[in-house]
Design a protein around this ligand. Structure first.
Ligand SMILES: Cc1ncc(COP(=O)(O)O)c(C=O)c1O
Length: 413
């Protein structure tokens, strides 16, 4: 890069040294506690984003801190050429809690997706059908930012400018089962990849009927079913995994997890049945950091807190209360809220006013909410949120909706 010309007035601030890939809010936090984030000035924000479904146990959860500190004093990293007992224990626990037989640990969600895609294609090639490479995905999907993940989701904004799109990715409209049936019948079909509750696409939940139909279709066509539960898994919908709403008989072959798995510590996982993972033999895949002792210790602690009847009962209770309160809000502000969607504590409000503006007004009310496709805002609070916190959230939303209605009326006048 050319240096600024001599005598130029250009002054670079530290943020200018970051790649400009994010559209950041002009806000920084110093610390967090429970469902609150605090700025350096001590301003408290109610966090209904939770790092986009990451901080499932809220901020500074004592069990996670304890696990991190204890492991931090013992061993941070060791290569995967050695046994890592905590990795084995976490894999065993996740398999015990789900349909899966085996697990591969990653550092992020998108790497878990990479593993899922490779597992699916390797399954078919090891079955003597290497031509089966097509991954069937859906409009509005988000699977992360690696090259394969953006191609799998197919969002043009995320793939354009990066050279040719990868072969073997099919994109279908949301909600068109006939199109899915047709794509699945292709002799080159490998797998269906879908989020049981679409996150970034605007909190769109698949019905139980859809989940069941997808399983049946995959069985009929001999292709694999991959659920991306990176955002909607691990308690967020009120079941440990979103696929469970359809019943265990309709479980996927492969499932990706991340986000809540480490409660804020970077870790992801690709879970699979032994059959689906048959091609993932020695040398087929790997990672330097994936499954390191530090991540495993924190994830084991996080799972210990999340995978309990008490936590899942709590999520169902507060999610029911939230939905009920939001229905009331929608009834009071029909000019602002068009629709309420999602499942559990992954809720989308489809708005009439611009969602980005709404998020800004929310920040001014000291409420943090996420954006989403289809002009939605998403509420993804920590799972530990209480009914009292939710009442505070809805009070803030009420004021924001009143402002939105006034500003929209003012702009129209
Ligand atoms: C459903 C889904 N899949 C994959 C990803 C990618 O995860 P990561 O950003 O950890 O790579 C995300 C992240 O938002 C997600 O919501």
């Amino acid at each position: 890069m050319a240096a600024p010309e001599a005598g130029s007035q250009e002054v670079l601030v530290p943020a200018d040294h970051l790649m400009g890939v994010y559209s950041r809010a002009p806000l920084a936090f110093e610390r967090g506690l429970g469902v609150h984030l605090f700025t350096e000035d001590g301003d408290a924000y109610l966090d209904c984003m939770a790092g986009i479904a990451v901080n499932a146990l809220g901020h500074a959860h004592p069990t996670l801190i304890k696990a991190l500190e204890a492991q931090g004093e013992k061993l941070w990293h060791v290569s995967n050429i050695f046994r890592i007992p905590d990795q084995e224990a976490l894999a065993a626990r996740l398999c015990e809690l789900s349909f899966a037989d085996v697990c591969f640990f990653t550092n992020s969600g998108t790497e878990a997706i990479e593993c899922a895609l490779k597992t699916a294609r390797k399954y078919h090639s090891s079955n003597g059908q290497p031509e089966r490479i097509d991954i069937i995905g859906f409009e509005g999907a988000f699977h992360g930012r690696t090259y394969a993940a953006v191609n799998a989701a197919g969002n043009k904004t995320y793939v354009s400018g990066f050279g040719p799109e990868l072969p073997g990715y099919v994109h279908l409209p949301w909600g068109d089962f006939e199109a899915v049936k047709q794509a699945a019948a292709s002799p080159t079909a490998a797998a269906i990849l879908i989020e049981p509750v679409q996150g970034e696409g605007g909190a769109r939940a698949l019905s139980t009927e859809w989940l069941r139909n997808l399983r049946t279709l995959c069985d009929e066509q001999g292709i694999l079913l991959i659920y991306d539960e990176i955002q909607c898994g691990l308690g967020r919908t009120g079941k440990l995994f979103a696929y469970e709403w359809a019943g265990d008989a309709y479980a996927p072959d492969i499932m990706t997890l991340a986000k809540a798995l480490g409660g804020g510590f970077p870790v992801g996982a690709c879970l699979a049945t032994a059959s689906a993972a048959k091609g993932m033999t020695t040398g087929a895949h790997g990672s330097t950091y994936g499954g390191n002792p530090l991540a495993m210790a924190v994830a084991r602690a996080a799972i210990g807190e999340i995978a309990t009847d008490a936590m899942l009962d709590h999520v169902r209770d507060v999610a029911g209360y939230l939905t009920q309160q939001l229905e009331g809000l929608k009834a009071r502000h029909p000019d602002v809220i068009e629709d309420i969607r999602g499942k559990g504590l992954l809720v989308g409000l489809k708005l009439k006013p611009n969602n980005r503006l709404f998020m800004q007004w929310a920040r001014e009310e000291k409420l943090l909410i996420a954006g989403g496709g289809d002009n939605c805002v998403r509420l993804l609070p920590p799972l530990i949120i209480t009914r009292m916190d939710i009442s505070a959230v809805v009070e803030k939303l009420d004021r924001i909706c009143t402002r939105a209605a006034m500003e929209t009326a003012g702009a129209a006048a």
